[in-house]
Unconditional design. Structure first.
Length: 317
C-alpha cells in the first residue's frame, strides 16, 4: 500500500502544471543561473552608449526563457529560477537581440529562435541545441538585415524579423526562404493566436495609428484605428483572441523614465491605461505567459554586478 501511494504521489507531481511565479531573480555573473553584462564596472573606458545585459525573455507554462545576451546562451528556468536547460550559441560575440519559442501542435515548446546581432541571423534550434534552420543574414538585400531587433514565429512555422536598421519587417517561410517584406515603423509587432501578423501603421493625414492584421502572405484581415492620445514611439506587444491590443508609447509630456500603455478593444477604443517603467536596457521587457499573466523585466545593467535582474508579475489595470 505504501509503495502504491508513493507511485501515485510521484505521478501527480510529474503531471502537475507549473504554478505561476510572482517573480524570479537572477544575479549577474558567469555562473549557471547568472546572466552576463558589460558596463563601466567590468570594462572601464568602454565606448558603448549603453550597458549590456539580457535583451529579451519569454514565459511559457510558468517557465522562463532568458536571452543571456552577453553570455551567448539561452537559459530555460523553472518558476523558482532553477536551471532546466542551457542552449549554448557557441560564441559570446553573438549578442542575442531577441528570442522566440517554436511550439508544436500541442502547444509545447519544441524549439527556440535566437536573433544574433553578430551574423544578423535568426537561428532556429532544437531543445538539444542542434541548429535546424537559419533565417536572414547581414546585408541590405531581400531577407537581409542591418540591425535585426525583434523575432517571432507562428504556429505554422513562419518566422518574422523586424530590422531597426532598414525599417523592414520580413516574413520567412519555414524553410528559410523569403515570403515577403514590408515597411516597418519601429513600432513592434505581434502575432495573433492564429499566427497572423499584427503591426501598427501611422496615418499622417488623419493623425491616427492603425492596427493592421494580415495573414503571413499579406491578405488583410482587419484595419482598426486606435483611439490613443497624442504620442510618439508606439510599440505593439499583443493582440488577443478577443481582438484587444496592448500598446506602449511615449506620452505627450515626453519620456520621464516611464512609458504610457493602453489596452484597446477590437474597435480601437481604449479600455484601460497606465504607466510602466522599462528596465535599463532591454528590447523585449514584457512577456505574456500562456495563462495570460504578464511579466516585466526589472533591472539596471549600469549597476551590475551589484543588484539583480528580476522578472516579476505585472498587471495592466
Amino acid at each position: 500500500m505504501k509503495i502504491m501511494f508513493l507511485a501515485f504521489a510521484v505521478l501527480a507531481f510529474t503531471v502537475a502544471p507549473a504554478i505561476p511565479a510572482d517573480a524570479i531573480t537572477l544575479s549577474y555573473g558567469t555562473g549557471k543561473t547568472q546572466v552576463g553584462f558589460i558596463n563601466q564596472n567590468n570594462q572601464p573606458g568602454i565606448e558603448e552608449l549603453q550597458p549590456w545585459g539580457p535583451l529579451s525573455f519569454r514565459v511559457h507554462g510558468g517557465e522562463f526563457w532568458v536571452a543571456d545576451t552577453v553570455g551567448g546562451r539561452i537559459l530555460h528556468l523553472s518558476n523558482d529560477a532553477k536551471l532546466l536547460r542551457e542552449l549554448d550559441i557557441g560564441t559570446t560575440s553573438a549578442m542575442l537581440e531577441d528570442i522566440a519559442l517554436k511550439l508544436d501542435a500541442a502547444g509545447k515548446v519544441e524549439g527556440v529562435l535566437a536573433l544574433r546581432s553578430d551574423t544578423q541571423e535568426a537561428v532556429l534550434m532544437s531543445l538539444d541545441g542542434k541548429v535546424l534552420t537559419k533565417y536572414g543574414g547581414q546585408g541590405d538585400g531581400p531577407g537581409k538585415f542591418l540591425q535585426a531587433t525583434f523575432v517571432d514565429v507562428s504556429p505554422s512555422g513562419n518566422v518574422f524579423v523586424a530590422d531597426t536598421g532598414s525599417q523592414v519587417l520580413c516574413v520567412f517561410n519555414p524553410d528559410g526562404s523569403v515570403l515577403r517584406e514590408m515597411h516597418w515603423e519601429w513600432s513592434g509587432f505581434a502575432l495573433d493566436p492564429a499566427g497572423n501578423l499584427a503591426r501598427l501603421q501611422w496615418d499622417d493625414k488623419a493623425k491616427i495609428g492603425h492596427l493592421v492584421i494580415e495573414t503571413p502572405a499579406g491578405k488583410k484581415i482587419n484595419d482598426i484605428g486606435l483611439q490613443i492620445e497624442e504620442h510618439t514611439n508606439p510599440k505593439l506587444w499583443m493582440v488577443g483572441k478577443d481582438g484587444s491590443s496592448l500598446v506602449t508609447y511615449i506620452p505627450p509630456e515626453g519620456f520621464k523614465g516611464e512609458y504610457a500603455w493602453v489596452i484597446c478593444d477590437k474597435f480601437g477604443k481604449v479600455t484601460s491605461s497606465g504607466r510602466v517603467k522599462p528596465p535599463v536596457v532591454m528590447n523585449r521587457y514584457l512577456a505574456q505567459d500562456t495563462d495570460g499573466t504578464w511579466y516585466l523585466g526589472v533591472g539596471d545593467y549600469n549597476e551590475a554586478p551589484n543588484g539583480n535582474l528580476k522578472f516579476e508579475k505585472h498587471e495592466f489595470k
